[in-house]
Design a protein. Structure first.
Length: 263
């Protein structure tokens, strides 16, 4: 039996195909999200990679901002449920999840069975999200993928205290004009993201093991800043961009079994 989970986010589209609910048969990420050609290109990549099309799926479940726009999906489900399922599927020791995506930050607490105990989400402001980092990357003229290298060269991280992306942009420009190094400014930006993420996580009563997922988890500088802020070890989800899609594929498998569907 093949099931597919598709996560259409604000800035990227992700898909995972599971065979019999356990083995990953295909996975892909396209750097284009809801309202773009991303979902169509995503499905084409999955088919090219595995030879499997939506017609070969027993069940397809969609999640993310663009979940309602995906005609091939049999069911839609919230990102909270899918990220929780995906993280716990990979790491049953997970008790707290911090998910930082392109447009929001989520904090989720789980019980020992992987059930959601509590969650909070900040989707009202871009500060502390992937979009925030994109803006800072542009202002600093440093590629997103290179920001972690600058972070680890910093000796004295700058204070970036603004809680608004627009004001933080002005703050960063001011720091540049003062002659602060890009290394220290980027470290300051990462610590600003970490402070916002950890403040949200504190609301769900942080319990080990803490797992970071979402596209921003690919930035080792942000992960380092969050670990420093937490004062304890932070686990990074395997393929952190794909946890929502993985959880959706697993939930699709469970839904197919519940409805008595088979390959």
């Amino acid at each position: 039996m093949y099931t597919m989970g598709i996560d259409i986010g604000s800035s990227s589209s992700k898909a995972v195909v599971l065979q019999d609910g356990i083995q990953v048969a295909a996975a892909a990420v396209v750097s284009a999200g809801t309202g773009t050609s991303g979902p169509k290109r995503l499905l084409a990549q999955i088919q090219e990679q595995s030879g499997l099309s939506p017609a070969d799926m027993t069940f397809i479940l969609s999640t993310g901002y663009g979940r309602s726009l995906l005609a091939v999906a049999d069911l839609q489900m919230s990102e909270i449920s899918c990220h929780a399922k995906g993280v716990f599927f990979q790491n049953p020791a997970a008790r707290t999840i911090i998910d930082i995506g392109g447009q929001d930050v989520k904090a989720i607490s789980l019980d020992s069975q992987g059930n959601i105990h509590q969650f909070y989400m900040n989707d009202k402001c871009a500060a502390g999200t992937g979009r925030f980092l994109e803006v800072m990357s542009r202002v600093l003229e440093v590629k997103l993928g290179e920001m972690a290298e600058y972070h680890f060269r910093s000796k004295h991280p700058a204070a970036v205290s603004s809680t608004c992306t627009v004001f933080a942009e002005s703050e960063v420009i001011s720091l540049l004009s003062q002659g602060r190094s890009k290394e220290d400014i980027i470290a300051g930006v990462h610590h600003s993201v970490a402070a916002k993420a950890c403040a949200l996580a504190q609301r769900v009563d942080i319990e080990n093991e803490v797992v970071l997922c979402g596209g921003v988890a690919l930035n080792r500088g942000v992960a380092d800043a969050i670990q420093t802020e937490l004062g304890e070890r932070l686990a990074i989800a395997r393929s952190p961009q794909l946890t929502g899609a993985l959880g959706a594929a697993r939930l699709a498998y469970e839904e197919a079994k519940r409805k008595g569907k088979s390959a």
